[in-house]
Design a binder for this molecule. Structure first.
Ligand code: DCP
Ligand code: CA
Length: 376
């Protein structure tokens, strides 16, 4: 290999886009496994009451009936009117955020170049870590998928490519539970027959306009010259489309703020308001949270508990410690006191129980942010 080529290899990045499958609906299946196999529709009911509002997302069974994000709930009910086991559930944003935190904390462990781009998607860059080796990136993605499945029972789809644009298209390529690797030399053929609507930022309007200009696929878009594109869409967007059609995208992975908390949540076998009956779960949640704290070299200065009560309302309590701790017993004792207080203040049964630690400090004594900044 000539020196020039070697330089080019050094410039090539390896970026993964991770996107969780039918996220809200998958979270619902997790807390109620009896939903599995049934069409599940997660709904944002509007204040007007009844069935007014829109579908937030649906699982893949419901998508077979063409029930998708954004359609009116009434229309979704109509499409599923002959399916007696179809389930319509209200959104539970707190729960999805908690699941997202847990999932993203696992993803973050794989690299410091982590960018959160939505509740259920993230980019990570592993170029240096894997010494420019795309085959190793595929192995890393498989390990990550396995860990997410084992720890949280969540499936996701992963795209691996030399840039964010192609990685995002790749993660969408084989959904659900997909893994698509697009090596630099495969970028052009991969994009060729893809619809222009797959390009990040190309919405319905732009897609229609491009279709009118003779570009239904990305390959056809690549045949339109830059002058025509900038004339139609302006300099910035025209240039973006021109580059995108060639699989070129230099956007860097922008590191998101580092971890601020670590939490775990469990559904109790039986709803109860007797603290004694929750201690086994509390102990196991504390053990998991503590394990994650130690694994990531943190100590914590604040402990919290979260209770999901029988009417699905949420009660939280937290307390700051005198000094940062790594002690599992201190975590358990504090969480137990908080649990007793929380249960004492409520008449309702507890359905789900969560434990959280926050105000994380790296074991070297620096706060989390400065630790990541000095290491990056
Ligand atoms: N979402 C929403 N309303 C939309 C689109 C999405 O409330 N119009 C929410 C619900 C989704 C989550 O955001 O679960 C993630 O959006 P995605 O577009 O990634 O869709 P899903 O994860 O549901 O499905 P997919 O398997 O296609 O990724
Ligand atoms: Ca998703």
């Amino acid at each position: 290999m000539s020196l020039g080529n070697l330089k080019d290899v050094k410039k090539i990045r390896i970026i993964l886009h991770i996107d969780f499958d039918y996220f809200y609906a998958q979270c619902e299946e997790l807390r109620d496994p009896s939903l599995k196999g049934k069409p599940v529709v997660v709904c944002v009911y509007s204040a007007r009451g009844g069935d007014s509002g829109a579908v937030s997302t649906s699982n893949y069974k419901a998508r077979e009936y063409d029930v998708r994000s954004g359609i009116p709930i009434k229309l979704a009910k109509n499409k599923l009117k002959d399916v007696p086991d179809a389930m319509f559930l209200p959104v539970d944003n707190d729960y999805y955020s908690e699941m997202s935190d847990n999932a993203m904390n696992i993803v973050r462990k794989y690299t410091q170049k982590f960018e959160l781009v939505g509740i259920d998607e993230a980019f990570i860059e592993v170029t240096e870590k894997l010494e420019h080796d795309f085959d190793r990136a595929k192995e890393l993605a498989m390990t990550l998928k396995m860990e997410l499945e084992k720890e949280l029972r969540l499936t996701c789809s992963v795209g691996i490519a030399p840039n964010k644009l192609v990685a995002k298209i790749a993660s969408d390529f084989q959904k659900p539970d997909g893994l698509t690797l697009v090596k630099p030399e495969e970028v052009k053929p991969f994009l060729m027959n893809m619809s222009v609507g797959k390009i990040i930022g190309v919405g319905k309007k732009t897609e229609e306009r491009l279709n009118e200009m003779g570009a239904a696929t990305i390959g056809e878009l690549a045949r339109i010259n830059i002058y025509e594109l900038t004339k139609e869409f302006g300099k910035k967007n025209g240039t973006y489309l021109y580059n995108a059609a060639r699989g070129i995208d230099d956007e860097s992975v922008v590191e998101s703020e580092s971890i601020t908390q670590i939490s775990r949540i469990n559904t109790l076998k039986k709803s109860t308001n007797v603290v004694q009956e929750m201690l086994y779960d509390l102990q196991s949640l504390c053990k998991d949270v503590h394990g994650s704290v130690i694994e990531q070299d943190f100590s914590f200065k604040s402990v919290g508990v979260m209770l999901v009560l029988d009417d699905l309302s949420i009660k939280t309590k937290s307390r700051s410690l005198k000094s940062p701790s790594t002690n599992q017993d201190e975590l358990f004792k504090t969480a137990k006191t908080l649990l007793e207080e929380a249960v004492g203040e409520s008449q309702l049964l507890v359905r789900r129980l969560g434990v959280k630690v926050s105000e994380l400090v790296s074991s070297k004594g620096q706060d989390t942010l400065s630790k990541f900044m000095t290491e990056s």
